[in-house]
Design a protein around this ligand. Sequence first.
Ligand code: ADP
Length: 270
Amino acid sequence: TVALIKTLANQSVLAMSNAKLFEQVQEKNKQLAIANEHKSLFFANMSHELRTPLNAVLGYTELMQDGIYGDIPERAKQVLARVQTNGAHLLSLINDVLDISKIEAGELSLSLGDYSLRAVIETVVNATGSLAQAKGLRISTDITPDLPVGHGDERRLTQVLLNIISNAIKFTDKGGVMIRARASGGDFKMAVEDTGPGIAPEDQARIFEAFHQVDSTITKQKGGTGLGLSISKRFVEMHGGTISLTSALGEGSTFRVQIPVRVDRQMEAA
Ligand code: ADP
């Protein structure tokens, strides 16, 4: 009996200390979540504050380029073009940081409406055409003619496709990029296939994480933030969809996006 009482007493002490430990862990987690939220809000505010003056810089640069302030010498025109390119790059970095912080703070919501997936793809192909042409790459599309009207966030879906297609162009040096789209079983199914360097198996899951870039000379040469795919993944998930990758080194990569044709309610991103 004494042994039994001792065991029971030990067990209850253990249970008590377990409960205390559990409470402490919960408290720590709560503190971490609050700190994380503060961090996201800080980034969101800061990015917003950075955007305003940068937009002014870009606006004045454009006015100068347009000759509003008089004729500009040739050398100065080249410098202005550089200011413009670098400023635009900085703006897109700031926008990426703003998006990811807003998503993490749970402050980004989709703006749902009707859209044409064909028009979205055409917009992106037009926007990236000159980049592909400059590299001698062929962009082809294979879009089934009977695509239904979609319902979702057109701007965010354009952003997702723009990111995947411009990555495909950015990392591919010869060959081309094939974009396919069809609808089946209530979903849009899209694939962007390139003939680029491919992505090693160990990097394939990680490139969807924020700031992760494949550690290679090619990636370093091309610049970028490593944010595009993680933002894209969140947007696709907010549409209740999935994004996936199949790739083989030396052969190329295929990114696939599947989203419901009609999205009536925003899903939580993982
Ligand atoms: P960024 O392009 O700004 O670096 P992303 O999140 O869009 O950021 O991509 C993350 C990384 O994934 C890239 O830096 C690159 O290493 C790799 N990657 C993405 N798309 C491709 C592709 N089509 N071919 C080869 N590597 C790619």
